[in-house]
Design a protein around this ligand. Structure first.
Ligand SMILES: C[S@@+](CC[C@H](N)C(=O)[O-])C[C@H]1O[C@@H](n2cnc3c(N)ncnc32)[C@H](O)[C@@H]1O
Length: 233
């Protein structure tokens, strides 16, 4: 008995499904649900609601137009927005890139809060500055991350550049107010203690997770990425 698939709806719903009728030579009909490839692809890569605030969409457009692939993930962005909503004072970011992380923070920032982000690439900083030109609560610095000390202490700090990440807790502690939260992007999930990376102890992560000046958690944002969230005591 031969069977063949007769698609009755191939247009994927937004984040949804397509349907098919499996029919054999008898009159029996079997309805099956199978995700269209495009949906599977999206589901495999994004485990947060895929819709973005307008400012995030604008920053993503800028990323795409420049071929910039180092923007933070949707899941990390949503975590940043969640934390930003609880913060007053000055929120900050090290490594602006095309402004995606900054846009997520901005999307839920309290009216009385400010945001400052530093990017060493002057051209990038200029482009991102245009995205936030209408709101003087946001400053995009074309500067090395150390320049941010002038605007410190921060209530939230997204650390998304290699050098300050490598500097460990010592490099960041003075940027934060007591109770201030640092989010460090781009770690790889580990299930061991001590944490391992590439067959070796991840000394940097271990130093964050054991530093007595911080309460720190390793938060898995997707199955292949995690961030450190460290609150200054
Ligand atoms: C991973 S990307 C940042 C992505 C961005 N935070 C986001 O969420 O979309 C890292 C950025 O850090 C910038 N960067 C590298 N060294 C820096 C430094 N010393 N000071 C400031 N920014 C730096 C790079 O130019 C790059 O744009």
């Amino acid at each position: 008995m031969t069977k063949r698939w007769i698609p009755i709806r191939e247009t994927p719903l937004d984040g949804g499904i397509s349907s098919s009728i499996e029919r054999n030579d008898s009159v029996q009909l079997v309805v099956a649900i199978r995700p269209a490839p495009v949906v599977l692809d999206r589901l495999a890569r994004v485990s947060a609601h895929p819709e973005q605030p307008r400012i995030v969409a604008q920053a993503l457009l800028l990323s795409r137009s420049r071929g910039f692939i180092a923007s933070c993930r949707v899941e990390t962005g949503r975590l940043l927005a969640t934390l930003a909503a609880s913060r007053t004072g000055t929120l900050a970011e090290i490594g602006t890139g095309c402004g995606v992380g900054a846009a997520w923070i901005y999307s839920s920032m309290r009216p009385e809060a400010k945001l400052v982000t530093a990017e060493v690439d002057q051209e990038l900083a200029g482009e991102v500055g245009k995205l936030f030109a209408d709101d003087d609560r946001v400053t995009v610095l074309a500067a090395d991350w150390r320049e941010l000390t002038k605007a410190a202490p921060f209530s939230l700090l997204f650390v998304d550049s290699r050098e300050p990440k490598k500097a460990g807790p010592d490099g960041v502690v003075d940027f934060l107010e007591p109770g201030g939260i640092a989010v460090l992007d781009d770690f790889t999930p580990t299930t061991t203690w001590p944490p391992m990376y590439n067959g070796s102890v991840d000394v940097l992560r271990q130093s964050w997770l054991t530093d007595p000046r911080f309460a720190t958690s390793d938060v898995m944002v997707t199955d292949d990425a995690c961030v450190l969230v460290a609150t200054k005591l």
